[in-house]
Design a binder for this molecule. Sequence first.
Ligand code: SAM
Ligand code: SF4
Length: 460
Amino acid sequence: MSSIIHENKIQETLAGIQPEDTTKIREILAKALEFRGLNLQETAILTTIQNPELLAELFVAANKVKEEIYGRRIVLFAPLYISNLCNNGCLYCAFRTANKDLKRRSLGMSEITKETDTLIKQGHKRIVLLAGEAYPHNDFQYILDAIRTIYEVKNEHGEIRRVNVNLAPLDAEDFKRLKDAEIGTYQLFQETYHRDTYRQVHISGKKADYDWRINAFDRALTAGIDDIGMGVLFGLHDWRFEILALLKHANYLQEHFGVGPHTISVPRLEPASGSEIASTPPSLVSDMDFCKIVAILRLAVPYTGIIMSTRETPQLRRKTFALGVSQISAGSCTSPGGYSDQNLTADSQFYPGDYRPLDEVVRDIANLGYMPSFCTACYRLGRTGEDFMCLAKHGKIKKICAPNAIATFAEYLNDYATEATKTTGNKLIAEELTRMEESERQRTEKLITRIQAGENDAFI
Ligand code: SAM
Ligand code: SF4
């Protein structure tokens, strides 16, 4: 049995803290502003915040950390579901085996090409590939072929430059094959770190094995994948327990492999066809607690990106930008084939809360004063894993990311944007340039000049 998470210790930590100790909370918020992260005890203490004044202080601190480390960039991506075949019994998911109402589909390579082409034409440069845990002919080669196919699609405006994947745990050999396929991040959500809850909601299939899942990152890192993304499906068990366990898992990986998570995702249960538990979550997380989760994670692991999906509404997504979110999906579809055939929504994994197309989301981000980014430079220059963390910790990421974000946004505005988005976007870029220090402004202007001259994919 895996010994990464000691449930009793986490329960003891939570049980041992005073209810809302104002002095202690303020001390922890002050420490968080040194950008060195928080330990489990300090994180647990922040979860007790209820008082609106302290809550506002938590949010201000999270915003300061986010702006100092990431600036005002928001990186955009789209999920690409290639198959909803699945042998597992996750009670919250429409793809579970027992859901006989779901029309099953796994896309062939020509259909994956069509989906990719549609996403490129919308302006996307990075995607996360997703699938249920059952591959056609029971052959993992299907996934590898899909990744190669996606990278091969090129049209007049470009290509997908980074393919992240969110796939069921693999054995060591298949993780090596996945690495060789040149993925970006390997994402895997533990769903819940609480064993009993895990057992109750994963009733059949390989996913019922908690240990196989929690040990997956050990196998991935041993196989040479150095860029990993973690997550919890909020709503299954007490969120306070979940974030402490998630941090414990992240610390464990850092100690044993020298690499922490590149990203943390914060999916919250959404209604899914035929799933009772998805509509009535056993440990409902309110919007306010959800915002707290984002802010606390921002302070606890300042150098880890936080991903917000379209499960949430536009209003809530906007609010979380200021609390620490650095990456969002946009224009998402959770049914295989749904980008090129919009009648396929019946096959969705769950029902999103934000249906707006990419252009509208981009314009909204820019109107709020955040810089939409389509950058994929770090991954392509090999700045991943420990190298990325090292740059981030020395404050260099912001200096590199800001010019790259603007260059990729300028490219988006030239190639895909509506007139309204172009106007908003160009105004934002002009304002941002005036705020930059001289050398950074010059580097950024050079990149923009290259983009305006027709070059694609200019980055530093
Ligand atoms: N099938 C693989 C697995 O389970 O690891 C790949 C990922 S699955 C397609 C993507 C994620 O969707 C799951 O890890 C889970 O957290 C999330 N998910 C499933 N049902 C959901 C629901 N009803 N609401 C929100 N997220 C859900
Ligand atoms: Fe299958 Fe993943 Fe859905 Fe579980 S969450 S039923 S493993 S697709």
